[in-house]
Design a protein around this ligand. Structure first.
Ligand code: ACO
Length: 401
C-alpha cells in the first residue's frame, strides 16, 4: 500500500503492483485457472474433456453463453456464424492498401479495427441482441479476414468462404486452396487445428483479454476493442511466443546445441529467454501444453511429417526440466512451446502463427466483452501510478535554460 504523501486525502491509498501480478481487475464466471495445480476450466468444464469431446464452435458458444448448447441451439449458432462469414466487398480495397510483405498481425489489427467503421451505425451497445450480433460477426469473420491477409501477402486472389463446410475446414480452404486445384486438405489437419483453437479459446485476464476489457470499459466499439486485443497478443511475451519459439528452435538447429541455449537463457546478461517457457499463472505444467505435446506426435505421424525441430524441442524440454534454474523458478513449457510445430506441419507459415492464436482467442475476447457489458459493477479501467518525477517547479523561458 503506497503512502500517497501530499496527495489530497480523498485519493485514499492504492497498491503498487507492476504487471498486475496480484490484482483482480474484474469478476468473471468464464474461465478458471489453478496455476499451482495446472488446472484450466472453461465455464467449469476441464480443458482436457473439452479437448477430447468438443469442437471449437461449441466451445465458443459455451464461453459466450455460459452453458453447452442443446443440438438445436448449436445448429442455430452454427448457422448464424455461417451467415456472417462474408466480408463487405469494400474490405478488399482496404486490404489492397497494405504492403505485400506487411506482417499479417499488422494487417489483422488494421482490418479488425476497420470493422468498427463498417458496422458503427448498426450497433446499439445498450441492446443485448446487438451486442451478441457483434460477437457473432467477429467469430464469423476473423478467419475470413485472417486468410485474406495471408493470401494478400503471397499475392493470391482472395477466396470467398465456402459455407457448406465447417468452421475450421472453411478457414483452411480459404487459406490454401489454389484457384485451379481441388481441395486436398486432410481431415487430420482440420481436427488438429480445431483442437488448437479449443486450447487457445480463452485464458481469463491475460494481457490481450485485459486489453479488450480495458478498451471495452470506455464504451468503445467492440471491433476496436478486439483490434486492441490483437495488438496486445502480437508481442513475443504473449501470443507472439509461438512464432518466436519456432524461430528459436530453428536457430538452435540441432539437439547438440540445446545445452548451450539453456545456459544462455540462464544468463540474465544475454537478454535471451527460452521462448515457450514460463507463465505468469502456471507454476506447474500448463495443462494445454500437455495436450499439445501428445497431439504433436500424433499429428506429425498422421501427416507423415518428420520434423527435426520436434527432436530439438524434446531435447530442450528435457534439458530445461532438469536444470536447477528452471526448476527453482517453476518454468515449464507453456501452450506455445509445441503449437508452432503443429502449425508448421499443417503448412501454416510462421508469420501466421499468432494470427491462428488470434482467431481462437476471439471467442474468449468477445465472451469477456459481453460479460463486461452486462456487469453492473463494471466501470472504466483507470490504474494509478507511483509518481517518481520532479516535485512542482517553475517554468523557465527558453533563453534562461
Ligand atoms: N527463460 C529464461 N528465464 C525465464 C523465462 C524464460 N522463458 N521466463 C521467466 N524467466 C525467469 C526470469 O528471468 C525471472 O528470473 P529471476 O527471478 O532470476 O529474475 C523469473 O524467471 C520470473 O520471470 P518473470 O519475467 O518475472 O515472470 P513473468 O510472470 O513476469 O513473465 C512470461 C511470464 C512473460 C511468460 C515469461 O516467463 C517469458 O518471457 N516467457 C517466454 C515468452 C513466452 O513463452 N510467452 C508466452 C506465455 S504464454 C501466453 O501468453 C500464451
Amino acid at each position: 500500500c503506497i503512502d500517497i504523501g501530499k496527495l489530497p486525502k480523498e485519493t485514499g491509498c492504492f497498491t503498487y503492483d507492476p504487471g498486475f501480478g496480484a490484482t483482480a481487475s474484474c469478476k468473471s464466471a468464464i474461465t478458471y485457472i489453478d496455476g499451482g495445480a495446472g488446472v484450466l476450466l472453461y465455464r467449469g468444464y476441464p480443458i482436457e474433456q473439452l479437448a477430447a469431446h468438443s469442437s471449437f464452435l461449441e466451445v465458443a458458444y459455451l464461453l459466450m453463453h455460459g452453458e453447452l448448447p442443446s443440438p438445436g441451439e448449436f445448429t442455430r449458432f452454427e448457422n448464424r456464424i455461417t451467415h456472417h462469414t462474408m466480408m463487405h466487398e469494400a474490405f478488399k480495397s482496404f486490404l489492397g492498401g497494405f504492403r505485400h510483405d506487411a506482417h499479417p498481425m499488422a494487417m489483422l489489427v488494421g482490418m479488425l479495427g476497420s470493422m468498427a467503421s463498417f458496422y458503427h451505425n448498426t450497433l446499439d451497445l445498450d441492446d443485448p441482441e446487438q451486442r451478441r450480433l457483434a460477437a457473432v460477426r467477429l467469430i464469423a469473420k476473423v478467419p475470413t479476414i485472417a486468410a485474406a491477409c495471408y493470401r494478400h501477402s503471397i499475392g493470391w486472389p482472395l477466396r470467398y468462404p465456402r459455407n457448406n463446410i465447417e468452421y475450421v475446414e472453411r478457414f483452411l480452404h480459404m487459406m490454401f486452396e489454389v484457384p485451379s486445384e481441388p481441395l486436398v486438405l486432410k481431415p487430420v489437419a482440420a481436427r488438429a487445428l480445431d483442437l488448437l483453437f479449443i486450447l487457445h479459446a480463452d485464458h481469463e485476464q491475460n494481457a490481450s483479454t485485459s486489453t479488450v476489457r480495458l478498451v471495452g470499459s470506455t464504451g468503445a466499439n467492440p471491433y476496436a476493442c478486439v483490434a486492441a486485443g490483437v495488438a496486445a497478443l502480437w508481442g513475443p511475451a504473449h501470443g507472439g511466443a509461438n512464432e518466436a519459439v519456432l524461430k528459436m528452435l530453428a536457430e538452435i538447429g540441432d539437439a547438440k546445441n540445446v545445452q548451450s541455449a539453456v545456459d544462455k537463457a540462464k544468463d540474465r546478461e544475454s537478454g535471451f529467454r527460452l521462448m515457450g517457457f514460463g507463465h505468469r499463472v502456471y507454476k506447474n505444467f500448463d495443462p494445454r501444453a500437455k495436450i499439445i505435446r501428445e497431439m504433436t506426435h500424433q499429428v506429425l505421424a498422421e501427416l507423415g511429417v518428420n520434423d527435426p525441430l520436434l527432436e530439438v524441442a524434446l531435447r530442450l524440454e528435457e534439458a530445461a526440466l532438469k536444470d536447477e534454474y528452471f526448476v527453482q523458478r517453476k518454468l515449464y513449457p507453456n501452450v506455445d512451446f509445441y503449437s508452432g510445430i503443429i502449425y508448421k506441419a499443417l503448412g501454416i507459415p510462421t508469420e501466421m502463427f499468432t494470427v491462428m492464436f488470434a482467431i481462437a482467442r476471439t471467442a474468449g475476447w468477445v465472451a469477456h466483452w459481453l460479460e463486461q457489458q452486462e456487469d453492473p459493477e463494471a466501470r472504466i479501467g483507470r490504474p494509478r501510478q507511483v509518481y517518481t518525477g520532479y516535485a512542482a517547479r517553475d517554468y523557465a523561458a527558453i533563453d534562461k535554460r
